[in-house]
Design a protein around this ligand. Structure first.
Ligand SMILES: Cc1ncc(C[n+]2csc(CCOP(=O)(O)OP(=O)(O)O)c2C)c(N)n1
Ligand code: SF4
Ligand SMILES: [Mg+2]
Length: 282
């Protein structure tokens, strides 16, 4: 355990679920005894995506919807690094939806924490892919005229090797799931239910608090069919925990020539050759 990771002042609204995530993340990084210079926190654009700007580690903020390709690129050039994405439901599943799907299929060893407030927080409350379906009397928050996106079901269908859900109101549970996701070898998705107190007046802390139910000890997270069924429970009961986990070859395992025990970034390269290539772009 070290105390090298700390968080700094944020611009989030008082009461935002993101505070629970950042506190838990910092605690888990310290608990896992990682070094800040070996950790890269990546985000796209949004409230959740700002997380990397508030934690004492390396950070990269990309474009909206492009956090995953940036994280994958970082990991593939330097697999010595622990690469963790913190970003929103809109960023991950909406504008970044195509990257979400196809990078799951690659199984690169990165961790993806989705701060799922079921809304576009930064841009003041529009519908996100995970917003609830509209009811005829829906007046207070954005809602989906389209069928809501089920990220955990899609992730398992695409071959994800670690699929979990947690809730900002259960910090011990969140810490357990985050640590397991970071330790997992391969792509790990954790969808974190995160109330947006300013714009989502339906999916509030007490809404989730009444519904979340931890998977019981007899639950077998290696049973894919059972996990698929679990991902479809999202209503009066919302299961939280590691819904599915398997051991699988990573993209890196399948490309030993990329690494050969030396991260790409440390391989010998000739700047003259590189400069020659750049001339095409001048
Ligand atoms: C390419 C591009 N499209 C759209 C936007 C506008 N935009 C910024 S953040 C955002 C949504 C953020 O929602 P989410 O990812 O759920 O994050 P939250 O703010 O809820 O944490 C949108 C649409 C943008 N900045 N760039
Ligand atoms: S708008 Fe919502 S998600 Fe953004 S900081 Fe405020 S409470 Fe959090
Ligand atoms: Mg959001």
């Amino acid at each position: 355990m070290n105390n090298q990771f700390v968080s700094s002042e944020t611009a989030w609204c008082p009461g935002c679920g993101n505070f629970s995530i950042i506190d838990t993340l910092v605690g888990v990084l310290n608990e896992l005894d990682l070094s800040p210079h070996k950790v890269v926190l990546v985000g796209g654009i949004g409230q959740a995506a700002k997380t990397n700007q508030y934690v004492s580690a390396n950070g990269f903020s990309g474009l909206h919807g492009r956090s995953i390709p940036a994280a994958v690129a970082i990991k593939l050039v330097n697999d010595d690094l622990t690469v963790i994405v913190n970003t929103g439901d809109g960023d991950s599943y909406g504008e970044g939806g195509n990257h979400f799907i196809h990078n799951i299929r690659r199984n690169v060893d990165i961790t993806h924490f989705v701060h799922d407030n079921q809304i576009y927080g930064l841009t003041k409350g529009q519908t996100s892919p995970t917003s609830d379906a509209c009811q005829l009397d829906h007046k207070t928050s954005a809602c989906n005229l389209s069928t809501p996106f089920n990220p955990l079901l899609v992730a398992i269908a695409c071959g994800a090797t670690f699929v979990a859900r947690s809730f900002t109101g259960r910090k011990d549970h969140l810490a357990m799931v985050m640590a397991a996701a970071i330790r997992h070898k391969g792509y790990a998705l954790v969808d974190i239910l995160q109330p947006c107190v300013s714009f989502n007046k339906v999916n509030t802390h007490s809404f989730y608090d009444k519904r979340v139910q931890e998977l019981d000890a007899s639950y077998d997270s290696s049973n894919k069919m059972a996990a698929i069924e679990k991902t479809m429970e999202f209503g009066d009961t919302i299961p939280i925990g590691i819904l599915y986990q398997e051991k699988g070859l990573t993209y890196e395992d399948k490309h030993p020539q990329l690494f050969n025990d030396v991260p790409v970034i440390h391989k010998a390269h000739n700047m003259d050759d590189i400069n020659e290539l750049f001339k095409d772009f001048i």
